[in-house]
Ligand binder design. Structure first.
Ligand code: ADP
Ligand code: PMV
Ligand code: MG
Length: 403
């Protein structure tokens, strides 16, 4: 299996592209890290990765050339000569796309060293987590074959919409496709995008999870799973259940633009749990019940206006309860509280989504609510400097395109 060169020489052109969606969490963030159920859905905002492998050197020497990453949105290019990668990673380098394994402490130290001479602007230092995940995924899946990757995203970074997972899933999808480690897709859409076979999606998901670990520290796996498989899912202790959402769920997303970092917030909740184990176990247990109930409600088919309203009232109440418990975990923020108060003035219920501490807030938009209400609440939220957008919920997961 060597479709892209390596010691067998270059057989290009071999550009591959992959796109993976962001997500919203309807219930259960943070608690899911501690074993509770959570409900998440893919949204129609994507991270796109492309990968073009370069010819290897005379005689197939992989030390020729470089591994490059271009982050199109920030117009930043990073480059590592293959010889330097090999020198730093030494024995740690070994293309083994079929066997996802965690980043070892030695690998992580070598990656940190490889980032030192890259000129990451001080204002974008948070990119280093993404760059570390990239170097880990690239070298683990392709070794140090020369190539150029490019990434662009619709998702705000560090805002709770799963940009880290979408980055890891789209990059793993592109790398594994280039490595020939995933087979031809189960279905090819009109524009040439393919959905991979289930077993191949599982492989992408496992690699993306290893990448998420570098960015998040202790991820539950919900974000990479929903980005890989799409739709709406219930997720508990690594087990994924697809949910059939019988009625459309309309959500307004408000990005408070308050930056935060998932790794620090997840660690903060774990510290609180170790200070107050019994109280926090009860909080996580309550969240589990909320997610279980919410997942059964979304699967109910509501046929008439009364049934739809009653279903949405229950969803709203559960979201409100979940928000209260997220406050108990210490992950709300004054900007989030402002969004909650503002939407409540219009009788709309909101909760934070993702890690909290700023970032994005979800507002349930009842099917029968008048457009004027949505316009008014959006105008008021935007007057605070927040950014509002509506998203389609429950769409496709990872798709790949072979050039
Ligand atoms: N397109 C991207 N390019 C580079 N790094 C990215 C990209 N998307 C996400 N990341 C990495 O993921 C981090 C954000 O992840 P996180 O704190 O989990 O927030 P979220 O996943 O909610 O957006 C960024 O700081 C960056 O390191
Ligand atoms: C807080 C958490 O539940 C979700 C984090 O999502 P995000 O990175 O804020 O988009 C962490 C996790 O499940 O890994
Ligand atoms: Mg994340």
């Amino acid at each position: 299996m060597d479709p892209v060169g390596g010691t067998a020489g270059y057989r290009g052109p071999a550009e591959v592209r992959a796109r993976a969606p962001g997500k919203i969490i309807l219930a259960g963030e943070h608690a899911v890290v501690h074993g509770s159920a959570a409900v998440a859905a893919a949204i129609d905002l994507y991270t796109r990765s492309s990968l073009l492998l370069r010819p290897t050197g005379e005689g197939g020497g992989a030390d020729f050339g470089a591994v490059e990453l271009y982050l199109r949105d920030s117009r930043l290019t990073f480059s590592w000569p293959c010889s330097r990668l090999r020198g730093a990673l030494g024995e740690e380098i070994g293309a083994n796309p079929g066997a996802p394994a965690p980043c070892s402490p030695d690998q992580l130290a070598a990656i940190a060293w490889l980032l030192e001479d890259q000129e990451i602007p001080e204002a974008k230092i948070w990119l280093s987590a993404g760059l570390s995940a990239f170097l880990f995924l690239y070298t683990s899946i392709l070794g140090c074959r020369p190539g150029k990757a490019e990434v662009t995203s619709d998702l705000p970074m560090g805002a709770g919409l799963g940009s880290s997972a979408a980055f890891c899933v789209s990059m793993s999808g592109a790398l594994l496709t280039a490595a020939g480690a995933v087979s031809v897709g189960a279905s090819r859409g009109a524009e040439g995008w393919e959905v991979l076979e289930k077993a191949d999606l599982e492989l992408v998901n496992q690699w993306a999870f290893q990448g998420e670990k570098i960015i998040h520290g202790k991820p539950s796996g919900i974000d990479n799973s929903v980005s890989t498989f799409g739709k709406m899912i219930k997720f508990k202790k690594g087990e994924l259940t697809n949910l059939e959402s019988r009625n459309p769920v309309k959500m307004l997303i408000t990005d408070t633009r308050v930056g935060r970092n998932t790794k620090a917030l997840v660690a903060g909740v774990s510290e609180r749990a170790s200070r107050h184990p019994d109280a926090m176990a009860s909080v996580f247990h309550a969240v589990n019940s909320i997610s279980e109930e919410l997942s059964s409600i979304v699967e109910l088919a509501a046929e008439d206006e009364i049934a739809i309203t009653s279903k949405e009232d229950k969803l709203a109440e559960l979201m409100e309860m979940n928000q209260g418990l997220l406050q108990c975990m210490g992950v709300s923020h004054s900007s989030i509280e402002t969004v909650l108060r503002t939407t409540l003035k219009y009788s709309l219920v909101s909760k934070l989504t993702g890690a909290g501490g700023g970032g994005c807030v979800l507002t349930l938009i009842p099917t029968l609510s008048a457009n004027i209400v949505l316009e008014k609440v959006t105008t008021e939220l935007e007057s605070h400097g927040y950014r509002c957008f509506k998203v389609e919920v429950g769409g496709r997961g990872l798709q790949v395109f072979r050039g």
